[in-house]
Design a protein around this ligand. Structure first.
Ligand SMILES: [Zn+2]
Length: 442
């Protein structure tokens, strides 16, 4: 529409006749049957405009209101004619439509005392409001959902540790996945290695105070420079277990792709650490485990699928069974170093009200094209002893160089909140809401 467009021009050449009945207030009821725009031969000949944009009944109507009010009513009626059938509450299934938290505006409120009364005679209007909801797997409850590709988001559930959106949504017309951010490398393996004797002595003498400090190994299986992630002693009755974790030294901010873990037990001195934890009572583990991020690239899948249990069978016309059960197809779009961005612009999803009147939770599952649940490892290899801090704890030295904390969520890929394994999704929820209907112009 050009900036020269004047909406009043629409009415100047028309031959109006009175027909007040066509202006009955159609907003007070959800069961609106507003006049449908009529695309007729006579209409098309009289106006060189797109005929379906203007309800035909105005051609025979004498304006008893200002031209601007008339236009305003037209716009509202046009919306009503499009949206009103979906607002019919009789279509709603009781269990899925919980109206307790819905808007409860008294539509008959008294406007006579207002100093500047710019509220229209209708007083209220129903608008289709867009809400953007951003969901991040880093906010999931990791005790319930260790896998970042599978978790629940609750709406308006303040007392839980789950991912939570601060409100729920009633009268929802559609939900769409606008975009998602997914990891590129997302999978790591665990395998057992051995250390040569001299290296084994090096590792088992690492102390807790040396976290983030470096040491060298030259075993057949493991060689190079390594940094201590953590040394943690856990008391179990009369025995301590010392768990030592270390990583390949990696320049910040390059992603670390290999970390190691070994543990051994030794007798406690009462409930305290013995002065020499490496005395003759010590039983040494023979195993060192290597965890290594694989180069599998999630972006190389032709697409990935988002399942949301509450909205299953959204792509119900797909020939593919896995797609048929999904909520959205996440097509790869562009990439950053560690993540890529998806688009789903081809499948905007509208739902019938009886499927989607109310949203109070979303059970999210991200899957490959065959419908197989994605996960970060064969079994759950998360390190749950690490401090569960979501934000980066790395610092800088006195010259301003970044200094990596090797157990930080930004660096340690067994951290439950490891940044490069998380996903973020942006949903657009369209819901009907009630506004006070104000005149913008006099
Ligand atoms: Zn960090």
């Amino acid at each position: 529409m050009s900036s020269n467009f004047n909406p009043e021009d629409l009415y100047r050449s028309m031959n109006f006749q009175s027909n007040d009945d066509d202006y009955s207030d159609s907003i007070d009821s959800y069961n609106v049957q507003a006049p449908l725009p009529i695309i007729g031969n006579t209409f098309g000949k009289q106006l060189p405009l797109k005929s379906h944009h203007i309800p035909q009944y105005h051609l025979n109507t004498m304006p008893t209101e200002s031209s601007m009010q008339l236009l305003e009513n037209d716009v509202n009626d046009l919306f009503n004619s499009i949206q009103a059938p979906d607002l019919d509450r009789t279509n709603l299934v009781g269990d899925e439509y919980d109206d307790e938290d819905g808007p409860t505006i008294d539509k008959d409120f008294d406007t006579s005392h207002l100093i500047e009364n710019n509220i229209t005679e209708k007083k209220t209007d129903e608008v289709l409001q867009d809400h953007f909801v951003v969901v991040d797997s880093i906010d999931r409850n990791i005790d319930k959902y260790p896998n970042p590709f599978s978790y629940k988001v609750y709406f308006n559930a303040f007392d839980s540790n789950d991912a939570n959106i601060t409100r729920n949504f009633d009268r929802v017309k559609s939900v769409k996945l606008e975009s998602a951010v997914l990891p590129i490398n997302y999978y790591f393996l665990k395998r057992s290695l051995t250390l040569d004797v001299s290296d084994y002595l090096t590792v088992r003498y690492l102390e807790d105070v040396s976290r983030n400090e470096f040491f060298n190994l030259s075993s057949t299986d493991i060689s190079g420079s390594f940094a201590v992630i953590d040394v943690i002693d856990t008391l179990n009755d009369t025995v301590f277990t010392r768990c030592i974790k270390f990583a390949v030294e990696t320049t910040y901010p390059t992603a670390i792709t290999k970390v190691y873990e070994t543990s051994f037990t030794f007798d406690a001195d009462g409930e305290s650490l013995p002065i020499d934890v490496h005395d003759s009572n010590t039983v040494y583990s023979a195993n060192v485990y290597e965890y290594s991020v694989q180069t599998f690239n999630l972006m190389e899948n032709k697409y990935n699928l988002l399942y949301v249990d509450e909205f299953s069978y959204a792509n119900e016309y797909s020939t593919n069974e896995a797609v048929k059960q999904s909520f959205s197809i996440m097509f790869p779009d562009c990439k950053n170093t560690h993540v890529y961005y998806t688009t789903s612009k081809f499948n905007d999803k509208s739902y019938k009200f009886n499927n989607l009147g109310h949203i109070n939770k979303m059970t999210i599952s991200i899957r490959d094209p065959t419908g197989t649940q994605l996960k970060n490892s064969y079994e759950n290899y998360l390190d749950l002893i690490v401090p569960r801090t979501k934000t980066c704890q790395c610092g800088t030295d006195s010259d301003g160089y970044f200094v990596r904390d090797y157990r930080c969520a930004c660096s340690y890929f067994r951290h439950p909140f490891y940044h490069h394994f998380q996903n973020t999704m942006v949903f657009k929820i369209q819901a009907y809401e009630i506004n006070i209907d104000k005149k913008i112009f006099n």
